[in-house]
Design a protein. Structure first.
Length: 543
């Protein structure tokens, strides 16, 4: 039997009769932690990789071979220059081979890019573009001055018409008006001819650029389509589908760029090809966080939603997977206050605000059942599934629109209580970081100063636990972006201190074994001086 250099035996007698863990929600088991430690040491010993490997996801897959031996496979997301050919499993499809189809056509597209850049930066082209702008500016100045003179002449003629004028003088004024109008039209026509002549030179050169841009777009789309068909994935039943076939079942019919290059599909593909039994899978981040994103060095993370979910959903068909199930809510939805128009509830952590996939209960579904006479959308604002606290719900259409308008005009004030992992450097202040969705990994949000929507939060430290360093803070969101408080706390540009129990942005988020929840609670809801409520967290967070 030929030795597989990608199969790394583990010094363990532990087996695993359980199903493969859910790659989207898991706690790394002891074998995965041991394997990850080996990978980390391997990276550290290769100092020439240091810069390349900063900011990359690595993965390990525990497998059992045909002889019953347990070991692991290792992979990284994306590409690495000069990667070791005998440690990390190969890509699902290696499209970077020199002289191959992709490289050849990529070089042709690069040549088009070079030609476009050459034309765009051609001195003659830049000169004619400048000439057009200078002629337009001169035309604007000349015509503007002449029009101003005409306005003043007209005003003078109007004044003269109110005096005693002879017939000859009145005819002279009419002739002057007609001449000036005709002269203005002549000037306007002459300038237009000059501009059109200069613009034609620009259009001729721009036309060549436009044709090249269209050619580049066509060739790029063709190459991308070809690439998607070359990424062919096995599933647990031995069936095959390429990326286009997999993503055709999802709303995003065109796969995102980089699909199939994450660590998880690489690991599973290699395991299926070599008839290894997948046991456990785990992914960790190595290096600095990407700009705008929140990733912590050596922290374990779930598989991404945009690229990996469609692929892994296909690949894991035919094998047993212990999919994570959100626990059934044992806490009842508590009614805090109500009137003929609204209901104020205390939503427990883990309950959805509105129905999602499956048949799980939500605030809306529960209240629809309790108040069958209620009309309108009811849900005016939402809390994240993992967040507990106060929500106001409208019983009728009129109340819904009135409350919605109050939220939109920021007449509603909310106070949240959160426990941070550590004591932040600043105890009071304001955070302003624009946010936008991570398009490849929703609902994760990123900080983006160019395209993000404004998001503002004020904060104040209330108490610090001297033994653990965990800190109770009061948060006031002045805007209502998705995950705003979580990102503002965790981001290096914010408090740089994640909320305890945050699975997406925290340091300890993937440790599901702790059994704790996201320590974020909507404690106060203020509508007006006569309508305000406060509810403390239902569990003791802070000793």
């Amino acid at each position: 039997m030929i030795k597989d250099s990608f199969f790394h035996p583990l010094n363990t007698n532990e087996g695993s009769d359980e199903a493969l863990n859910d790659p989207f929600c898991y706690t790394p088991d002891e074998m995965s932690l041991q394997a990850a430690a080996v990978v980390r040491q391997y990276i550290r010993e290769r100092l020439h990789w240091a810069e390349e490997h900063e900011g990359k996801m690595f993965g390990v897959l525990m497998v059992r071979n045909a002889q019953g031996k347990i070991g692991f496979l290792a992979a990284y997301g994306g590409q690495i220059e000069e990667s070791d050919e005998h440690f990390f499993v190969p890509p699902v499809f290696d499209y970077l081979q020199e002289g191959g189809y992709f490289k050849t056509h990529e070089a042709a597209i690069s040549a088009i890019n070079w030609e476009i850049a050459k034309l765009q930066n051609d001195l003659a082209f830049l000169q004619v573009k400048q000439d057009v702008e200078e002629i337009k500016e001169a035309a604007s100045t000349d015509l503007g001055s002449y029009h101003q003179m005409m306005t003043e002449a007209k005003k003078r003629r109007e004044e003269l018409r109110h005096t005693s004028l002879s017939v000859e003088e009145r005819q002279r004024l009419i002739g002057e008006s007609q001449f000036q109008k005709a002269e203005y039209r002549r000037k306007k026509k002459a300038w237009k001819e000059k501009i059109d002549t200069a613009q034609k030179l620009v259009d001729d050169k721009q036309g060549k650029i436009t044709l090249l841009l269209l050619r580049r777009q066509h060739d790029s789309e063709q190459l991308q389509h070809w690439l998607f068909t070359q990424f062919v994935f096995l599933n647990g039943r031995g069936e095959q589908k390429n990326l286009l076939e997999i993503f055709s079942q999802y709303r995003s019919v065109i796969p995102p760029s980089g699909s199939g290059e994450c660590a998880e599909p690489k690991l599973l593909q290699y395991a299926f090809l070599h008839h290894y039994e997948p046991l456990k899978i785990a992914m960790f981040w190595w290096g600095r966080s990407p700009k705008g994103e929140i990733r912590h060095h050596l922290q374990f993370y779930p598989a991404c939603q945009g690229k990996c979910k469609p692929i892994l959903s296909w690949m894991l068909e035919g094998i047993a997977v212990s999919w994570h199930q959100n626990p059934q809510m044992t806490e009842q939805l508590e009614i805090i206050d109500e009137s003929d128009d609204w209901i104020v509830v205390n939503k427990p952590a883990g309950m959805l605000s509105v129905p999602g996939r499956g048949n799980r209960s939500s605030v809306l579904s529960i209240l629809r059942e309790r108040y069958p006479e209620a009309t309108g959308p009811m849900i005016v604002h939402r809390l994240d599934e993992d967040t507990s606290g106060l929500m106001i719900v409208a019983k009728n259409e009129a109340a819904y629109h009135e409350l919605q308008q109050r939220f939109l005009s920021r007449q509603v004030r909310k106070t949240y209580l959160a426990v941070l992992e550590h004591e932040p450097a600043i105890h009071e202040g304001q955070i302003s970081l624009p946010l936008m969705p991570d398009l490849d990994d929703r609902p994760r949000q990123t900080v983006d100063h160019q395209y993000g929507k404004p998001a503002v939060t004020t904060f104040r430290v209330l108490r610090v636990n001297e033994q653990t360093g965990e800190t109770l803070v009061e948060l006031h969101p002045l805007t209502g972006r998705t995950h705003q408080l979580r990102v503002h706390c965790a981001s290096e540009e914010g408090l740089n201190d994640p909320i305890v129990g945050d699975r997406l942005y925290g340091h300890r988020g993937m440790d599901m074994s702790r059994g704790n929840r996201l320590m974020l609670h909507a404690a106060t809801l203020w509508i007006s001086d006569s309508l305000h409520w406060h509810v403390e967290p239902q569990t003791i967070w802070f000793q």
